[in-house]
Write a protein that binds this ligand. Structure first.
Ligand SMILES: [Zn+2]
Length: 238
């Protein structure tokens, strides 16, 4: 049994009817389909709730991939929540306000990797803020200058679109992979490419806004030296 990952095709889907497939020994709830993004690529799993037929709810703190494979997603309830029954019909509902902030930051981090065209060694997405770590031989980064360039890209109102390519096509274009620490998931034979207008193109399985205009004004809040060749650049929604 696998979970249909509805967020891959429509990141704006905030809820879906679903059927409980199983509950694992640690209480993780597996559904046949979900709008919950599972922790991965520096982005936390979504929070939200499962609404039951009687109107009561099960509060979900996060979502993670199953221990064996990435074809199933486990919805992790907060402590003390009731457990549903296998076969039960529920409605999976996102904490949309949080997810949208993560989508805005996630998309802004794509743009940051254009402003700073250096290898990315790590990253994280929070609720309204985020960071990327870059391999940069020299320092001399300026927060104001980076923010200006970033906001100029946001202001281009560029459409964010996706398409799928095969593993072989990616192998023929190794330059598409910017993030050294997060390789695109392989094995399924196809890889999802995310394009931001003609500004950026890279493999990504995350959730993005439809247009850079939705990101809004972004601030560069900090630049930390993390090692001789590494700079951590933090951004936040202004
Ligand atoms: Zn992405």
């Amino acid at each position: 049994m696998t979970t249909a990952l509805l967020f891959r095709d429509d990141a704006y889907l905030a809820e879906t009817p679903a059927t409980v497939l199983a509950i694992n020994e640690r209480g993780g709830i597996e559904l046949d389909r979900t709008v919950f993004y599972a922790t991965g690529g520096g982005q936390p799993g979504d929070a939200g709730l499962l609404r039951r037929a009687d109107g009561s709810t099960i509060t979900i703190g996060s979502a993670v991939y199953g221990p064996q494979d990435r074809s199933r997603i486990l919805h992790v309830p907060l402590d003390g929540q009731p457990a549903p029954q296998p076969g039960e019909a529920v409605t999976a509902v996102l904490d949309w306000e949080r997810r949208l902030k993560r989508m805005r930051i996630h998309t802004a981090l794509h743009l940051l990797s254009v402003v700073l065209p250096f290898p990315v060694t790590g990253g994280a997405i929070g609720d309204g803020d985020g960071r990327l770590d870059f391999d940069i031989p020299e320092g001399g980064l300026d927060k104001v200058e980076i923010a200006e360039k970033l906001n100029a890209l946001v202001a281009r109102n560029a459409a964010v679109t996706e398409r799928w390519i095969t593993d072989a096509e990616l192998d023929a274009n190794p330059g598409l992979v910017k993030t050294m620490s997060v390789q695109p998931p392989r094995g399924s034979g196809r890889i999802r490419l995310v394009a931001i207008g003609d500004i950026d193109l890279q493999p990504c399985g995350g959730t993005h806004v439809r247009n850079t205009a939705e990101i809004g004004l972004v601030a560069v809040t900090d630049i930390e030296k993390k090692g001789k060749q590494n700079r951590r650049v933090r951004i936040a929604l202004a």
